[in-house]
Design a protein around this ligand. Sequence first.
Ligand code: ADP
Ligand code: MG
Length: 268
Amino acid sequence: MTQKILTVCNQKGGVGKTTTAVNLAASFAHRGKRVLLIDLDPQGNATMGSGVDKNTFTAGTRHVLLGETDIRSAMLRSETGHYDVLASNRDLTGIDVRLMDFPAGELCLKNAIAAVAADYDHILIDCPPTLSLLMLNGLAAADSVLIPMVCEYYALEGISDLLSTIRRIRQTINPKLDIAGVVFVMFTSQNRLSLEVSSQLRHYFGQRVLETTIPRNVRLAEAPSHGMPALAYDEKAKGTQAYLALADELLAIKEPPAMPGYLKRMMV
Ligand code: ADP
Ligand code: MG
């Protein structure tokens, strides 16, 4: 994989962003990579799902963004996932107003990451679902966006919004921002609608749709309540193995495939 900093983003909630960020982080680590997972969502689900208590840590994403703490001293360890975590909780809510005080409030995360980027092979960012300065920080800091998508009727609706956000970011603060791929999550292949929507999405995204699909799998949903990525909870589960396969697919990408016409038009 050529792209080191990956933001998991989709302007919708409940579409598997956090599940993807946590389990990819654990999968990369399982493959011997040095990984940092940054929780950029006030819900703190990626923090909890990594086995870090969101109610007790002293410094996390908020403090780093505001320049109150050095990023190294805010780093926590996911003992269940074997990667580092920059933790979040609801204290991150309302940070937009504070970030607006900075001359370049959308670049706070990017600037903070620069100090530790050399220590990691992969940095994953779990984005909040709403378009905000927080999300802009996630997109400004990234080399590439990974878009999890549920193949249901409304899947396409949010996508043009996300793509126009990405386009604006490319035109302004981060011209190199690429799309690592779209990954179908909570996939049920017996479902006709799923199959219809996925073939429609393949038409729009071409080879940017990753080959690995993540099945709907209850073990993936259970693992976070035990404070662990699925690899630590049930290594053999179909969902766990799917995320490992997704990590391997991403690691094997030497050069991003060509963008289909639709995507090109949306991106430039
Ligand atoms: P987001 O971060 O986009 O809001 P989450 O990753 O939190 O989405 O997922 C939303 C809900 O769906 C969670 O309860 C999660 O456990 C569950 N979930 C996510 N992916 C799967 C899957 N592949 N199979 C079953 N449940 C899943
Ligand atoms: Mg989430």
